[in-house]
Write a protein that binds this ligand. Structure first.
Ligand code: SPD
Length: 357
């Protein structure tokens, strides 16, 4: 057994740190939904730590690990593993299982329903890109909406933009916010900005009551489309976002891996081309702890003043000069990286028909 990974440290814990009995906790509805999509497996997409290693895979409800459970439906046949120095938190919220552990090389790791959401080491490559790709593509963004993003990292990045006056965030799971404030203060600092307004609840419900044309930018920082985030890649959701954006407003939506999910990317791009009448582009970045080591974003603009995502019209370097004080320096994003992120490998252009110029 590895140091710090004793039997007791693998037990689920409540927010106050006391051990809870996993057997007595009901399976959340989101997991039943995921299980429903793959009914031959008596499994849930919960995280497992085996012999001191975490892998993105399934565990059976009795806690045993079977070969078949390595097959996460989002990335069948592969499981990236991180050595666990210590499990710091593990509890089931109303929506999902939330876990935090200390890894050897990547710092603390946030895991939702067995899937890595972020690590302290490489979170910059995701949060900076999902925030600045859209916000640097338009002049003077003022009103911004974040869907998901309960860890606060995207808020932290949006707050660099002095032109922004309002940052709404709609996150469904209070436990994600609480856990981030406790274990990831460098991300949760995003919630401290006075421009941030938290709306705890379902994003679809929230978007229904948002006034038309309210936002300059919407950023969808969701988990993978299994369980609670399933609806966030479907057509009605994109229709609601397009309605919430002003003419020439922009969307940046997490859009999985070009190595693993070309069908999903194709579907998203097709829906977005129907829905958003401005530009639609795909961008990508390197995040070593996500499956296949990369993740992408769909960038869209509504009809109105044209948006060229290829050229950052509102360069971050200008903002950085003004707003470096009291802010963590950017680690990943710059205007060169922005332009490079929009360049697509040949196989992506070939396989994702909707991306062909
Ligand atoms: N496959 C993992 C995708 C995770 C996307 N969301 C990350 C949340 C970080 N703010």
């Amino acid at each position: 057994m590895e140091a710090g990974v004793g039997k007791d440290s693998e037990c689920p814990r409540t927010m106050d740190g006391s051990v809870i009995n996993a057997e007595t906790v009901a399976i959340p509805s989101c997991c039943l939904k995921a299980k429903g999509s793959d009914p031959e497996l008596d499994a849930v997409c919960h995280s497992t730590v085996v012999s001191g290693w975490f892998s993105e895979r399934r565990s059976s409800t009795d806690g045993t690990v079977k070969e078949v459970f390595f097959n996460n439906p989002m990335w069948p046949g592969e499981a990236h593993s991180l050595k666990v120095e210590e499990i710091l938190f593990k509890e089931k919220s109303m929506y999902q299982e939330v876990m935090v552990f200390q890894s050897t090389m990547y710092g603390k790791v946030l895991v939702l329903d067995g899937i890595v959401q972020l690590t302290e080491k490489d979170e910059c490559a995701y949060q900076e890109m999902i925030a600045h790709l859209p916000l640097c593509s338009i002049k003077s963004p003022t009103n911004v909406l974040v869907v998901g993003g309960g860890d606060g990292g995207v808020l932290r990045e949006i707050a660099r933009h002095d032109s922004v006056k309002l940052i709404d965030i709609c996150e469904i799971d209070q436990m994600v916010i609480d856990v981030s404030k406790r274990y990831f203060p460098d991300l949760a600092t995003g919630f401290e900005d006075p421009r941030v307004h938290l709306h705890l609840g379902d994003a679809i419900e929230f978007l229904r009551q948002v006034p038309e044309g309210n936002y300059d930018a919407v950023i969808v920082d969701s988990s993978d489309p299994v369980g609670p985030a399933q609806e966030l890649v479907e057509r009605p959701f994109f229709d609601m976002i397009a309605r919430a954006l002003r003419p020439g407003g922009v969307l940046c939506n997490m859009a999985e891996s070009m190595w693993l999910h070309t069908h999903l990317i194709q579907d998203m791009i097709t829906i977005c081309r129907d829905t958003f009448k401005g530009s639609v582009r795909y961008a990508w970045t390197s995040v070593p702890t996500y499956p296949s080591g990369v993740i992408g974003f769909v960038l869209c603009s509504t009809e109105g003043p044209p948006v060229d995502f290829l050229q950052p019209i509102n360069p971050i370097e200008n903002l950085e000069e003004n707003s470096l004080e009291n802010k963590r320096q950017l680690k990943f994003y710059n205007s060169e990286v922005h332009r490079a992120a929009l360049a697509l490998p040949t196989f992506v252009k070939r396989e994702v028909e909707a991306l062909r110029d």
